[in-house]
Design a protein around this ligand. Structure first.
Ligand SMILES: C[S@@+](CC[C@H](N)C(=O)[O-])C[C@H]1O[C@@H](n2cnc3c(N)ncnc32)[C@H](O)[C@@H]1O
Length: 394
C-alpha cells in the first residue's frame, strides 16, 4: 500500500483514485516480490544449465544473463507485468494532479511572495537530451514538460507517482534516502559541520530537505535543469519552512565559484546521465568543493559488486524502463571515476546506510553507532531497506 504524503502540497484524492493507487502499489509489490522470486528460480533451474552448456561457461555478466533469459516465457511475463505496472503508476496519479494543477501553480506564486529561500530559473538554459528527448522511467512528460506558463505540475506528478512506485517506503515526506545518508555521515564524521552544501539533480528537493534538517547551520543550495520540478521543489520546501536556494542549472557546468562548498551530493541522479556528462559533473563537483570537502552520491550498487544475476536484475530498467544510461553507469568502477575527476584515490569510500524509515531511529542509531550497517544489499535486492552511496573527500 502506498503511504500518504504529509506536506502542504499534498493534493486531495477521491476514493476511487486512492483505491487505484493502492492497487498499483500492491501490483508492484507482487511483481517485485512474488514474480521476481519465481523468475530467479526459473533462471537457476531451467535457463542457467542450458546457457552454461551453450556458452561453455556460466553467464558471467548482466548482459549474458539477459541474453540467456530473453526468450523465456516467465521472463517475458515478468517484464510485461512490470512495464504495465510502471505505466499504471503514472496513470494512477495523473487525474488528481491535472485537476489540482492550478492550485499547485498558485502555491508556487504564493511561496515566491514570502520566501525564506529562493528560486532562480534560467529560461535560456538549453536542456540536455537525457532530459529533453526522453520520458525517463516512462513518466509521461518527464521532468521538464510545461503545460502553461509557470507550470509545476510535472513536480506534482513525480511526487505523487513516486509514493505509489516506492509503496510508501520513503516515508511521508519521501526523504528517507537523504535522511538516512545525512544522519549516517553525521554519526560517522562528528567533525562534519558544513556551512554550505549543494544537491545536484534535486528534482523535488525531497532528499535535499533532510540534509538541511540534519545540518541546520548550513546554507543549502540545490540545482536541476528542469524548471517545473524546481518550482514545485521551491513551494514544497517553503511550505515546510526549509529555506533552500534552488537554481536551474546544468550540473555539467556549475555557476558557482571554485572551493565554495563543504558538501556536494546527489541521490539517484548520476545514472540518468550519459557517461561523458557524469565525468563532467564529477569534475565540477571537485572544482566547487573546498579542500577537505565531501562529495557523495547515492545510487544502486555497481555491477562489479554483485553476482551476474543480481546485476542483470537491476539493469532491467536500462532495457525496459526508459533508463538508457543506467547500465553503462552501473558497469563503471566508482573509485576509478572519482580518481579521474581529481579526487585522491585514498579518499574514496562506499557505504550502505540503513533506512531510518524502515528500521526506526533507535535501530538506525544503534547500527550506525556500532559501525555495522543493517543488511548488506540495497534497493530491490534487500530484505530490509538500505541505501548504497559512494564518495570521496577532496
Ligand atoms: C531521478 S531524478 C533525481 C532524483 C532526486 N535527486 C532524488 O533524490 O530522488 C533526476 C533529476 O536530474 C535532473 N537532471 C538531469 N540531467 C541533469 C543535468 N545535466 N544537470 C542537472 N540536472 C539534471 C532531472 O531534471 C531530474 O530532476
Amino acid at each position: 500500500m502506498p503511504g500518504e504524503l504529509a506536506h502542504d502540497l499534498r493534493i486531495p484524492r477521491r476514493l476511487d483514485e486512492q483505491a487505484r493507487q493502492d492497487f498499483v502499489s500492491s501490483l508492484r509489490g507482487f511483481v517485485l516480490h512474488d514474480m521476481a522470486n519465481d523468475l530467479r528460480e526459473v533462471y537457476h533451474r531451467d535457463v542457467l544449465p542450458e546457457a552454461t552448456r551453450r556458452l561453455g561457461h556460466e553467464p558471467a555478466d548482466s548482459g549474458e544473463v539477459h541474453r540467456a533469459l530473453k526468450s523465456n516465457l516467465t521472463f517475458q511475463l515478468y517484464s510485461a507485468m512490470r512495464v504495465n505496472a510502471q505505466e499504471m503508476v503514472w496513470d494512477s496519479v495523473r487525474a488528481p494532479v491535472e485537476r489540482n494543477a492550478a492550485w499547485i501553480n498558485a502555491r508556487v506564486e504564493e511561496a515566491a511572495r514570502q520566501a525564506q529561500g529562493s528560486l532562480t530559473l534560467d529560461p535560456e538554459l538549453e536542456l540536455p537530451r537525457n532530459v529533453s528527448a526522453l520520458d525517463v522511467h516512462l513518466m509521461p512528460g518527464n521532468y521538464d514538460s510545461e503545460h502553461g506558463p509557470g507550470d509545476a505540475s510535472q513536480g506534482a506528478l513525480y511526487d505523487n507517482g513516486t509514493v505509489v512506485f516506492f509503496m510508501g517506503l520513503l516515508g511521508p515526506d519521501q526523504g528517507d534516502i537523504g535522511r538516512s545518508i545525512a544522519r549516517f555521515m553525521r554519526a560517522r564524521h562528528p567533525d562534519l559541520q558544513p556551512q554550505k552544501m549543494l544537491d545536484l539533480g534535486c528534482t523535488l528537493g525531497h532528499n535535499t530537505l533532510p540534509w538541511a534538517e540534519t545540518f541546520p547551520e548550513a546554507e543549502v543550495h540545490a540545482i536541476d535543469v528542469s524548471a517545473p520540478v524546481l518550482r514545485y521543489a521551491f513551494a514544497r520546501a517553503e511550505s515546510m519552512g526549509r529555506p533552500v536556494h534552488f537554481r536551474q542549472m546544468n550540473a555539467t557546468s556549475l555557476d558557482y565559484e571554485d572551493n565554495s562548498f563543504d558538501v556536494v551530493w546527489s541521490s539517484m541522479f548520476l545514472h540518468e546521465l550519459p557517461l561523458k556528462d557524469i565525468r563532467k559533473v564529477l569534475r565540477e563537483a571537485h572544482r566547487v568543493l573546498r579542500p577537505g570537502g565531501l562529495m557523495l552520491h547515492m545510487e544502486l550498487p555497481p555491477n562489479k559488486a554483485l553476482p551476474a544475476y543480481d546485476g542483470f536484475y537491476l539493469d532491467w530498467d536500462s532495457w525496459y524502463n526508459s533508463e538508457p544510461f543506467y547500465k553503462t553507469f552501473r558497469d563503471q568502477d566508482p573509485a576509478a571515476l572519482l580518481a579521474e575527476a581529481g579526487f585522491p584515490a585514498d579518499g574514496f569510500f562506499e557505504h550502505v546506510a540503513p533506512s531510518v524509515n524502515w528500521y526506526g531511529e533507535d535501530t538506525f542509531d544503534q547500527a550506525v553507532g556500532e559501525g555495522a550497517a543493517v543488511g548488506k544489499d540495497t534497493g530491490r535486492l534487500a530484505e530490509g531497506v538500505s541505501w548504497y552511496f559512494f564518495g570521496a573527500r577532496k
